[in-house]
Design a protein around this ligand. Structure first.
Ligand SMILES: *Cc1c(COP(=O)(O)O)cnc(C)c1O
Length: 406
């Protein structure tokens, strides 16, 4: 077994890593940042026709890790293609991890990120899970802030729009041995975006394909979790559904919808308030920042005052609970009239309503619809979406969730 300078031990199948000399490795150091601005700024895209994730901004931030020296000097430079060795481990073995976060321009002209430290801790965990060289999330966050400041003209001024950031780490070891990559590139790219999706959605539940499983990697934001979902997603679309609802196991546990966490709002048996349920983080569920924020808001009595049912402000008590539920629970709640809302949550879409769920060729769950809400959201979804957007857009202060980029 060889302990590499990146701190990881390699126990390869027949492949022996060569000994590395003892060296002290450089950390990602933002005080050394070099900035090279483009001499050909792009025209800003038209927000009315903007397609999500297609029009990237002028610059990108990069740094690379070499096993002999550590992290290179970080750079902000014009957006450009990468040059990679064809044997790179990211291409051969899919050692790619990423994050998704947004920057918003507030009414005070300040730019805010939403709970970015949660994204950075998740990035560190994803990197660790794929045995990539360790990365300091706090330094990555500083780099993100600098990039956002440089790209400020790209952040849409319109409410509901934001600047989507995609920090990415890829393994760049140029060798075919199936072992941990001791080299890596970090890069951060960004694009302006509208609300990715806000109309009520329909979901096609699938049980023959699984997104994640116990002991697997579903709880990490790693590239390999996503491409196997593209075929089921295409089939769901061909049948007229917006997204796949991932199920798991004999009992058809509800997991996630597409790449979003899910919540159900269910009337409580004793008639006192509403249960707000989401599957627990057992390693098969991605620990979403939006999910965590919805749970925290739903646990806050001051938030309950925002819940309005049938047009009257009632201050209904919410009982947020991380709990397993199944497709047949959903069918039962829907039939008994106890199902109040089904929500999908995530950075891109924030909070969206689901109106029905298909399975095995028929609609099995009908969720009540709320045509008076512009996004078709019910009382809990509407309040969650409003509160989260208000913090993100700097219209409201809450627990320090909005982090100003200065
Ligand atoms: C990113 C992601 C989410 C949502 O996480 P947020 O931090 O709220 O954006 C949910 N599920 C999957 C599978 C994801 O990749």
């Amino acid at each position: 077994m060889v302990i590499k300078p990146n701190g990881y031990a390699e126990t390869p199948c027949g492949v022996r890593a060569h000994e590395e000399p003892e060296v002290s490795l450089a950390r990602l150091d933002i005080s050394k940042l070099t900035i090279r601005l483009t001499d050909a700024p792009k025209p800003l895209p038209d927000l009315r026709t903007l397609v999500f994730g297609v029009s990237f901004s002028d610059h990108m931030a990069t740094a690379s890790f070499h096993p002999a020296t550590g992290w290179s000097t970080p750079e902000i430079k014009p957006y450009a293609p990468l040059t990679l060795d064809p044997a790179s481990s990211c291409l051969q073995y899919g050692c790619n991890v990423f994050e998704g976060m947004k920057a918003y321009l507030g009414p005070d002209s300040k730019v805010r990120l939403f709970r970015p430290e949660l994204n950075m801790r998740r990035l560190e965990r994803s990197v660790e899970r794929l045995a990539l060289p360790p990365i300091d999330g706090d330094a990555v966050l500083e780099l993100i802030k600098r990039l956002v400041q440089i790209e400020k003209r790209w952040i849409p001024k319109l409410s509901g729009y934001s600047f989507y950031l995609r920090p990415t780490v890829i393994g760049t070891r140029a060798a075919l041995g199936p072992v941990a990559s001791d080299q890596a590139d970090l890069y951060i790219i960004a694009c302006p975006g509208g609300s990715y999706w806000s109309h009520p959605a329909s979901l096609l539940a699938v049980s023959d394909t699984v997104r994640a499983w116990p002991g697997g990697t579903g709880g990490h934001k790693i590239g390999g979790n996503y491409s196997p979902g593209f075929l089921p997603q295409r089939e769901a679309s061909a049948h007229g559904y917006n997204q796949v609802l991932w199920l798991f196991g004999e009992e058809q546990r509800v997991m996630e919808a597409g790449a979003m966490n899910v919540f159900v709002v269910v009337r409580r048996a004793d008639g006192d308030g509403l249960d707000v349920l989401t599957p627990p983080l057992d390693g098969t569920i991605l620990p979403g920042v939006t999910r965590a924020s919805c749970l925290e808001l739903a646990a806050d009595p001051t938030f309950h005052a925002h819940i309005s049912i049938d047009g009257s402000i009632e201050g209904t008590t919410l009982y947020p609970t991380e709990r397993v539920f199944t497709l047949s629970d959903l069918e039962r709640w829907s039939t008994s009239g106890d199902l109040v809302e089904f929500l999908c949550v995530g950075t891109a879409a924030v909070v969206v309503a689901v109106h029905d769920i298909g399975f095995d060729g028929r609609v099995v769950v009908r969720v009540p619809t709320y045509p008076n809400d512009p996004n078709g959201l019910g009382p809990v979804g509407r309040a969650l979406r409003e509160q989260i957007l208000a913090v993100q857009e700097g219209r409201k202060e809450y627990k320090g969730w909005g982090v100003v980029c200065e």
